[in-house]
Ligand binder design. Sequence first.
Ligand code: GDD
Ligand code: MG
Length: 321
Amino acid sequence: MKAVILAGGLGTRLRPLTYRTPKPLVPLVGKPLVRHIIDSLPSRVDTVVLAVSYMKEALEDYFRVNDCGRKVILVNETQPLGTGGALKNVEEHLDETFLAFNGDVICSLDLNAMLHRHRQMGGIGTVALWEVEDPSPFGVVALDPTGRITRFQEKPSRAEAVSNLINAGTYIFEPEILDHIGPGVVSLEREVFPQVLVDGLFGHEFEGYWVDCGTRESYLKAQETIMRFQGDRVFDLEIRGKVALEGPYHLDGAYLEDCQVGPNVYVYPGAEIMSGAIVSNSAIMAGARVSVGAQVRDSLIGPGQVVPQGSSIIGQIIAER
Ligand code: GDD
Ligand code: MG
């Protein structure tokens, strides 16, 4: 079975981190975003097709060096084709029921259970659904009592939204869906879904967690959610003096000196947090340094970056441009 991951977005909302690193490779809780999806695939998925349109070389380099137990095919778009166009663009690799993913979503969905339901309902597609309070920044569905989607609205106003159930960005499709996608730039959500409702597009609700990691805030929420799920972890930590820790945290190969860390802090290998520093709700990436007396809150400190002595970084993304 094959899985397509839509990973062609520019990651504009995670800039400047995404100037040097394509969003699928941005580290989240210790591994690239895209690995969270690949590692969650059922064992029957033997091939991953990554639809990209930006920094393909960096992704190629990553997959050359890192084996993820499956064949990975990278397909480039010369211009971003939209979520539907990107699927159509990888059509030659798809011949049977396949999985498709928005590449920027992390969740606890059980894909085997969803596959079971897809086979049971027998439609052209099944869409994972998640309940939220404000559905307006997402795709919103209305369901009939059998779970069939009767309406799909992409980013409606809050008043127009027909429910609180949103498109969670994970799909199972029959290859016939590709016949409904024309050439060029096509939006799966705006142009294709409304058109295939008659062929049976079903919803599949699930429990646990779901986070879209496209922004600094949602990235940090995803980090916290996953760390709470995993529990506090510490590896090869070097500590000098007194360190106050508040969970959830994950400290891997870091150096800490008389500082205050947490809650929700992930410190990557080679990072240093120096005397008097206070770090909360942040990621301190590989080799970065929070200097003496500095404060970092609600921020992503990119690989190798230095937070100057005594400075305050609040609600920022710091990375090489
Ligand atoms: N290859 C490729 N080409 N991928 C693309 C393109 C493109 O032109 N445009 C977007 N993508 C990828 C993005 O990288 C992302 O992983 C995914 O498709 C979804 O695009 P976003 O731009 O992140 O869409 P969104 O977050 O506003 O809305 C989508 O996701 C919501 C859930 O997070 C929609 O699918 C909504 O219906 C859904 O609720
Ligand atoms: Mg998104």
